[in-house]
Design a protein around this ligand. Structure first.
Ligand SMILES: Nc1nc2c([nH]c(=O)n2[C@@H]2O[C@H](COP(=O)(O)OP(=O)(O)OP(=O)(O)O)[C@@H](O)[C@H]2O)c(=O)[nH]1
Ligand SMILES: [Mg+2]
Length: 134
């Protein structure tokens, strides 16, 4: 059986209720696809520490983690991932794409226009469910 890689992703909300998505560089796996910023948990690292580290590396900002949103196993041809997503808030610092080719703030109406990584469908469904509750 393939080893499962633990991945954390941040669903960062701004004051307009939009979320930050980032485009993967072409040379990486799933190149050109959009995703929620984040990455692999390192050995011995706590999930939330990993998330804050990844967001600092990838976007140059600090975040506060509000709540866990999803936890799902997904099998790609190259790897299997356990993807955990967290609802987060950013402060006043502006994010910059240090490891992605672009970033965008999106809402539930326009997120469909972006080709997201397959594992992210569960996150979108959870965001839609959450939107119904408010
Ligand atoms: N960050 C992130 N990764 C995702 C998402 N959805 C998804 O399938 N993945 C996959 O999870 C895996 C690990 O994420 P990553 O490439 O961001 O890992 P990383 O930042 O540690 O990158 P590195 O390995 O180049 O150092 C990749 O195969 C990526 O395609 C998502 O929404 N966010
Ligand atoms: Mg990453």
């Amino acid at each position: 059986m393939k080893r499962v890689i633990s991945v954390v992703a941040a669903i960062i909300e701004n004051e307009n209720g939009e979320w930050l998505i980032a485009k993967r560089p072409q040379h990486k796996t799933r190149g050109g696809y959009w995703e929620f910023p984040g990455g692999k948990i390192e050995a011995g690292e706590e999930a939330q520490t990993a998330l804050k580290r990844e967001i600092s590396e990838e976007l140059g900002i600090r975040i506060s983690i509000i709540a866990k949103l999803t936890n799902q196993l997904h099998h790609y041809p190259d790897i299997s991932i356990e993807l955990s997503s967290y609802l987060c808030k950013a402060g006043s610092e502006a994010p910059h794409p240090h490891e992605h080719t672009a970033i965008e703030w999106v809402n539930l109406n326009n997120i469909q226009r972006y080709q997201l990584s397959a594992a992210d469908n569960g996150i979108i469904e959870a965001l839609k469910e959450r939107a119904k509750q408010y």
